[in-house]
Design a binder for this molecule. Structure first.
Ligand code: GLC
Ligand code: CA
Length: 483
């Protein structure tokens, strides 16, 4: 398919913004929406096409926005709804789309729905959440674990004597997705934002929305903390896909599909056109920076995903250690190689803010820790000029700030920007097929489309590669060649 006929989200480079840490407009130390607006120039210069904003809706922030009390209003500290409307209008003028994070799996325990549900066993909204009696010995109804801390996923609500399910914190209460009213309520939330102009949703916990109806114990070898009804989860994805398909121009669903089995990942795409548009590939996130491992994930993904499906690739996000630290031991040559693998795949690449600088994980002193799960080091403020007023998390100093890198044509930032531009101007890189090419061990070589060859040396040795002309790659060097 020629790239100009491809849907926008297949041609796009996505950029995830952790809103609290991107740009702070009023110097209260917390990033906000006017801060993003003020940096649209930068994002345009960088060449990204769409932004995924971490949750901006109202939240008591037990899990930094992933515990929602109001799905249809914007957290005041981020600038409220007015700031959102301004951001989306200005981004639209520049052709930059905004995807927002949606958290359908659970609400805050402070959400009015849960307040009503917990008021009594006969509450009209009781069944919006998942309640069970404890066993006679007061133990929980099954062996499900919560993701944070690993304790039971059940907490007793003393007032009504029943336990409620929470896959994460006790303050993040799982909705009952078997209940049709819950489905309708979330449809309304989606419509609210789609009508306001969002380009789609990043769906939190998309892999585990619907729980086993019988609440059966998890088998000893389970790879999830709770037992998920996958078929019914897919049915919900199809419902959402129908809903967003009713909008013009095309809106997208990008799922947090945290599964390590690629065959399972493939299922989230359905036919390739009736469930998720994009499903995050976590095996790629966690692959070591080795030719064989990365190539294997890509080859198997190419094999297993439905023909009509479009992959999504990423190296970092707000839940994992930043890739230059995790995969590259802080070695900038390796980080450049990793970025090259990301930006040359067939599929939509998703950058995490700071990836473009080669930003590393930041050491957080214990007294500054703010996340329940130790993830702060991947969420620190973006160093624009190397300083923030009273930042909510400490600023790292492991990378030169934007201002410095922008002025330096040899910087990591310039490298990233050139790669994005290179990708955008190459129909082969945007939409061409993927084909592995024979190469020495530790070199990953592949053809994209008709004529473009990518070869990346993932080793400490110089490598001779024979792709016509015999070319030498320095350690950790990569090349994009027009065949
Ligand atoms: C997802 C989010 C993570 C959050 C969790 C619970 O995994 O990415 O940040 O803590 O869901 O909502
Ligand atoms: Ca602020």
């Amino acid at each position: 398919m020629p790239s100009d006929e491809q849907p926008w989200w297949q041609r796009a480079v996505l950029y995830q913004i952790y809103v609290r840490s991107f740009a702070d407009s009023n110097e209260d130390g917390i990033g906000d929406l006017p801060g993003i607006l003020a940096q649209l120039d930068y994002l345009e210069w960088l060449g990204v096409d769409a932004l995924w904003l971490s949750p901006i809706t109202v939240s008591p922030d037990k899990d930094w926005g992933y515990d929602v009390v109001d799905y249809t209003d914007v957290q005041p500290v981020f600038g409220g709804m007015r700031a959102f409307d301004e951001l989306i209008a200005e981004a639209d003028r520049r052709g930059i789309r905004i995807v927002i994070d949606l958290v359908p799996n659970h609400t805050s325990d402070q959400h009015p729905w849960f307040q009503e549900a917990r008021a009594s066993r006969d509450s009209a909204r009781r069944d919006w959440y998942i309640w069970r009696d404890p066993n006679p010995d007061r133990s929980p109804p099954n062996n499900w674990r919560s993701s944070f801390g690993g304790g039971s996923a059940w907490t007793l609500d003393p007032a009504t004597g029943q336990m409620y399910l929470h896959s994460f914190l006790p303050e993040q209460v799982d909705l009952n997705w078997w209940n049709e009213e819950v489905r309708e309520a979330m449809d309304d939330v989606m419509r609210f934002w789609l009508d306001r102009g969002v380009a789609g949703f990043r769906l939190d916990v998309a892999h585990a929305i619907v729980k086993d109806r019988e609440l059966r114990d998890r088998p000893p070898d389970a790879d999830t903390h709770v037992v998920v009804d996958l078929e019914e989860t897919f049915a919900v994805l199809r419902r959402w896909r129908k809903l967003v398909d009713g909008y013009e121009p095309e809106r997208i669903l990008i799922g947090e599909t945290w599964v390590m089995d690629l065959a399972r990942l493939a299922g989230f795409y359905g036919s390739g056109a009736d469930q998720l548009h994009l499903a995050f590939n976590f095996p790629f996130v966690f692959a070591p920076l080795q030719a064989e491992s990365l190539r294997d994930v890509v080859e198997r993904s190419e094999e297993l995903l439905p023909v009509a499906a479009w992959p999504a690739w990423t190296l970092s996000n707000h839940d994992v250690v930043r890739f230059p630290t995790r995969m590259c031991e802080g070695d900038e040559r390796k980080a450049r190689a990793a970025l090259l693998t990301l930006l040359t795949q067939r599929g939509t690449p998703v950058l995490y803010y700071g990836d473009e600088l080669g930003m590393q994980q930041v050491e957080i002193p214990p007294e500054r820790e703010s996340d329940i799960d130790g993830r702060d080091g991947a969420r620190t403020p973006l160093p624009w000029n190397g300083a923030w007023n009273d930042p909510w998390l400490p600023l790292g100093d492991n990378v030169a700030p934007v201002a410095v890198q922008r002025a330096d044509p040899t910087s990591f930032l310039s490298f990233c920007r050139e790669l994005i531009a290179r990708r955008g101007s190459s129909p082969d890189l945007v939409s061409g097929s993927y084909e592995t090419l024979p190469a020495p061990k530790d070199v990953w070589a592949f053809r994209r489309g008709e004529r473009t060859v990518v070869a990346i040396n993932l080793s400490d040795e110089s490598m001779e590669i024979d792709l016509g002309g015999g070319r030498k790659l320095a350690p950790w060097e990569g090349a994009i060649l027009d065949g």
